[in-house]
Design a protein around this ligand. Structure first.
Ligand SMILES: [Zn+2]
Length: 588
């Protein structure tokens, strides 16, 4: 018994059978019915979404014994030959392997002859962007004055690589990724025809993983049948392809939104141990956040939209970085901790809303205080660093930092001490919290370091540097931490030109003079120095500052100073209390 893979067996034979590209098949059918078929078509789109299938159906529509027709019969000799790929009038050329000028010249010579059976000679060139410059020139000559009986259909995954002189002579169609629901329905349809029992959740899981590609989905169904036989459950599919169950992704997002870093990290660790693909897990998390955002628009989601957008940004950026990272889990962990950190900060919107509510005399509840400090997850005891202990940084811990509210220092034009300061809400930009600025800076520095480290990826000598992780930026120095396993290499790096080179690259990337500090440590947490609020507003987890220097003291204003009066303003005092903030003098 011969076995045909589903992608071949269920290849669409009519325009109506093409899944998810109705915008194109309908236009083509209309053009054929109206007798307005173009000389050349360009089908653009990712692999496995129906470019070649649609092209073959178009060829049948032109050459069917009833043709040109919008509904090729599929049973005449012309239709059958085309479907089986043995038609003398429909020539399929792989642009990747026949990309030379001589291949196209041959095509041109051949095109001059009349078709063998049908009314048209159809040239289907796949991956047309792979043609050489000479081949494109030869092709252009044919396109400029094509014989009446010749039609061209080009397909490409990279339209931007096709010269404009070619594309301008084609009618272009962009095929889109196929919606998950359409793929799922198609898979269930195949299952029915094959007498396979398949749980809808199993079809959904495959469809999601195929990311819009029907061919990929069909070949995953082939594999599922090979592993599971005629009874495919969602659990089986998860196991075969290493997918993470939806509930796990939901619980991961729930932990992040509950600002429980330890629980979120435990989920990631569990998935890593189970051998799951962490890039896939992150992609699933991103798509869940996106779903939540869409749900939020119609008012079904409880998570604040603004925070979800920040998380989406953060994780999308991490996804791009993870693609190149050797230690994917580390990237995921750091992003998760950053996410919790972002959620811990009072947003500017919160502050402004509260200030305006207070100025109207309304009462506002205080910001919730975390009852349990986020614990650093258990992990094996660190290997003792092979460098002097003095160089080892203090152990970093995650802790939610109350965001200090920064207000401007009084300017010479400020009111004298006889005049009470006008009760006016500070403008938005003046209220930007220091913590927010620092957060931005550290994200910039983190990206800059990633980019610098990547430049070492091809160097045998310094490749280990890519294992370093940005930890902290202070004034003019950037701290990067390396795992203990790299301690030996570090000693030589610090004594050579290497560091200077890396410093130059970093300084250039961040557009200011910076020194690079590299230390051996457990680069898990990204913590910034946090000034202790005074007085202690509530029992909060202890923050271990990563530098020994004490935080800059708040300048004591003399009695009667406008700054002092500002501080004593009941409205400001109340706002500080609510956000557990403190007044700092902003410095340029
Ligand atoms: Zn036919």
């Amino acid at each position: 018994m011969s076995y045909r893979v589903f992608a071949r067996k269920y290849r669409p034979q009519t325009f109506d059978e093409v899944v998810g590209q109705e915008h194109i098949t309908r236009t083509l059918q209309n053009a054929i019915s109206a007798g307005r078929v173009a000389q050349a078509y360009l089908f653009v789109g990712p692999r496995g979404i129906g470019k070649t299938s649609t092209a073959r159906i178009l060829a049948k529509a032109l050459n069917c014994v009833n043709g040109p027709t919008a509904t090729p019969c599929g049973v005449c000799d012309a239709c059958k030959e085309i479907a089986e790929g043995r038609s003398l009038d429909v020539l399929e050329i792989d642009g990747a392997s026949n990309n030379g000028v001589e291949n196209i010249r041959e095509l041109r010579d051949n095109a001059a002859y009349a078709p063998a059976r049908g009314p048209f000679k159809v040239y289907l060139i796949d991956e047309v962007h792979m043609l050489s410059a000479g081949a494109f020139n030869a092709l252009l000559k044919t396109l400029e004055e094509p014989p009446e009986h010749v039609k061209f259909i080009f397909a490409t995954t990279e339209a931007q690589k096709v010269p404009a002189t070619i594309t301008s002579r084609c009618q272009r169609f962009d095929l889109r990724r196929i919606p998950t629901e359409s793929i799922s329905a198609h898979l269930q349809d195949i299952a029915r025809k094959e007498n396979i029992t398949m749980e809808p959740a199993a079809a959904d899981a495959i469809a999601r993983a195929a990311e819009g590609g029907l061919r990929d989905a069909e070949s995953m169904l082939d594999q599922s049948v090979a592993f599971c036989g005629d009874n495919i459950s969602a659990t089986d599919v998860m196991a075969v392809f290493g997918f993470t169950p939806r509930e796990v992704i939901h619980s991961l997002l729930d932990h992040v939104l509950a600002r429980d870093a330890a629980a979120a990290l435990a989920v990631i660790a569990g998935q890593a141990e189970a051998g799951r693909d962490l890039s896939r897990l992150l992609a699933d998390l991103i798509s869940l956040i996106r779903d939540e955002l869409v749900a939020g628009v119609v008012g079904a989601s409880s998570a604040p939209r603004e925070k979800l957008l920040l998380l989406l940004d953060l994780f999308a950026e991490t996804e791009a970085r993870m693609r190149w990272a050797t230690d994917k889990k580390l990237q995921f962990d750091v992003a998760t901790i950053k996410a919790v950190h972002i959620l811990d900060q009072a947003s500017l919107d919160d502050v402004l809303t509260t200030l305006s509510a207070l100025s109207r005399g309304e009462s506002v509840p205080a910001a919730p205080v975390r009852q349990t400090p986020p614990a650093v997850p258990a992990r094996p005891a660190p290997v003792a660093p092979a460098i002097p202990a003095a160089a080892a940084p203090p152990k970093l811990e995650t802790a939610p930092a109350p965001a200090p509210i920064s207000i401007p220092a009084p300017t010479p034009s400020a009111p004298t001490h006889e005049t009470a300061p006008a009760r006016q809400l500070p403008s938005e930009d003046l209220l930007l919290t220091k913590a927010e600025e620092r957060e931005e800076k550290s994200i910039d520095a983190s990206i800059a370091w990633e980019n610098v480290a990547r430049t070492y990826e091809t160097s045998i000598k310094y490749r280990w540097l890519t294992k370093g992780v940005f930890a902290l930026i202070e004034a003019d120095s950037v701290l990067v931490q390396l795992p203990p396993s790299e301690a030996k290499e570090l000693a030589s790096f610090l004594g050579e030109m290497g560091r200077k080179d890396a410093e130059e690259k970093l300084s250039k990337a961040l557009n200011r003079k910076l020194t690079l500090r590299i230390e051996i440590g457990e680069h898990l947490a990204v913590v910034e120095e946090t000034p202790e609020p005074e007085p202690e507003p509530a029992p909060s987890p202890e923050v271990k500052a990563s530098t020994p220097e004490p935080a800059a003291a708040v300048p004591q204003a003399p009695v009667g100073d406008p700054m002092d009066e500002f501080k004593n303003d009941p409205l400001i005092k109340k706002a500080l209390e609510i956000f557990r903030g403190e007044i700092q003098t902003a410095t340029k």
